[in-house]
Design a protein around this ligand. Structure first.
Ligand SMILES: NC(=O)c1ccc[n+]([C@@H]2O[C@H](COP(=O)([O-])OP(=O)(O)OC[C@H]3O[C@@H](n4cnc5c(N)ncnc54)[C@H](OP(=O)(O)O)[C@@H]3O)[C@@H](O)[C@H]2O)c1
Length: 353
């Protein structure tokens, strides 16, 4: 099979298309024929060697995939159950089933072995491309906002990177829950934010988001979703009122320009990261919530329930991934460059013919 290999940590040019043997599913794994792969910002950080837990090169990135189920190791099929209202008799994946799955790396390839309990049967109307754009973005947003954040209609939320993959998912889920939405993005994405229903779009190059939030909500808001990191975490905290929740789920500030590693930039972002003293949190009556979708081991049932709800919202027309651009698998480097240049509005997907 063909796979896109990261030869060494570095800029997008480190990708190389190689012929490799098909993966053999290990115990507890399912083998999928890949049709579409969702690109995540984490993939970019992994390629740069900036993401904790990344394998040493050479490695094949890719954390989410849609495709066709081929086989499992041994009896593991019994563990693979379907999402949705399928009766128990149908809860075993069968060869040929359309599935979406969370992978542990290796999805930029024609075939991938994934943990069988993280492979979910795909409801019929969802295309492979849409499916590959759903799990990471929508689960991250849903888990943060409703599982950890318990947001209620009328609550106010600030979403950073609101024109990015997780950001758009969060905006759509916020609209479905009737929240008041503040969203930040670069200057060229402001009109888009308005179109998707952000009540208060903020161009962070022109305005301090704290000023906008405090002008509209002098008492402070209920949640900020912050994947930027560095000094942004402290500023986001300034927007919270009593009962406010800061969700920290990324550290984009560490990524250097053009997709190159920048030790200086990473250290600067780390140095600007605030310490949250528990007594100060208590005094202000606020919470800081860390979310990491990669650390949900043993919580697969929760992910399954959340994904069921996400598919229900999709079927009801309340959410729909925005796909910025689709690249063929071999153009993974081009796709990464596109994201580094911040050209994407929404998700970037790789497809395999
Ligand atoms: N913890 C988790 O489980 C989890 C899961 C998924 C994603 N994440 C994190 O969430 C963040 C967003 O992920 P995503 O996949 O939605 O990303 P994405 O679609 O690529 O969107 C990211 C947006 O962030 C902004 N940005 C800020 N700093 C940037 C930088 N240095 N380089 C490029 N863009 C930058 C850009 O918007 P503007 O042009 O508007 O600034 C960009 O469009 C990432 O930090 C990712 O690691 C965490």
């Amino acid at each position: 099979m063909r796979a896109m290999v990261v030869r060494r940590y570095g800029p997008p040019e480190v990708f190389e298309c190689r012929e490799m043997p098909d993966p053999e599913p290990a115990p507890g794994q399912a083998l999928l024929r890949v049709r579409a792969v969702g690109i995540n910002f984490a993939d970019l950080l992994q390629r740069m060697g900036l993401y904790p837990g990344t394998p040493r090169p050479p490695f094949v990135p890719g954390l989410e995939v849609a495709g066709v189920f081929e086989s499992v190791f041994g009896d593991a099929a019994r563990e693979a159950s379907a999402v949705g209202s399928a009766p128990p008799s149908e809860e075993v994946l069968r060869p040929g089933d359309r599935v979406v799955a969370l992978a542990t790396f290796s999805a930029y390839a024609e075939r991938v072995a994934v943990p069988v309990h993280l492979a979910f049967r795909l409801p019929e109307p969802i295309s492979f491309e849409d499916a590959a754009a759903i799990p990471v973005n929508y689960l991250t947003a849903y888990h943060s906002m409703f599982q950890m954040g318990n947001l209620q209609p009328g609550d106010r939320i600030l979403i950073h990177g609101a024109a990015g993959g997780v950001g758009i998912a969060a905006v759509q889920l916020a609209r479905a829950r009737k929240l008041v939405i503040f969203g930040t993005a670069g200057p060229s994405k402001q009109e888009f934010l308005r179109q998707i229903g952000v009540d208060y779009p903020i161009d962070y190059t022109r305005e301090d988001f704290r000023t906008v939030v405090r002008r509209v909500a002098p008492d402070g808001i209920e949640m900020v979703m912050d994947p930027i990191g560095g000094k942004s975490f402290a500023r986001s905290c300034d927007c919270l009122g009593a009962t406010g929740r800061l969700v920290v789920y990324g550290f984009s500030a560490a990524a250097g320009p053009g997709g190159r590693r920048s030790l200086w930039r990473s250290l600067k972002a780390l140095a600007q990261t605030p310490w949250f003293h528990p007594l100060r949190l208590m005094r202000r009556n606020i919470s800081v919530i860390g979310v990491n979708l990669g650390r949900m081991k043993g919580r697969e049932g929760l992910l399954r329930r959340q994904l069921e709800e996400i598919f229900r919202l999709y079927a009801a027309g309340q959410i729909k991934p925005v796909i910025s651009k689709v690249f063929p698998l071999e153009q993974a480097a081009e796709a990464h460059r596109y994201i580094h240049a911040r050209q994407n509005i929404g998700k970037v997907v790789l497809t395999v013919e």
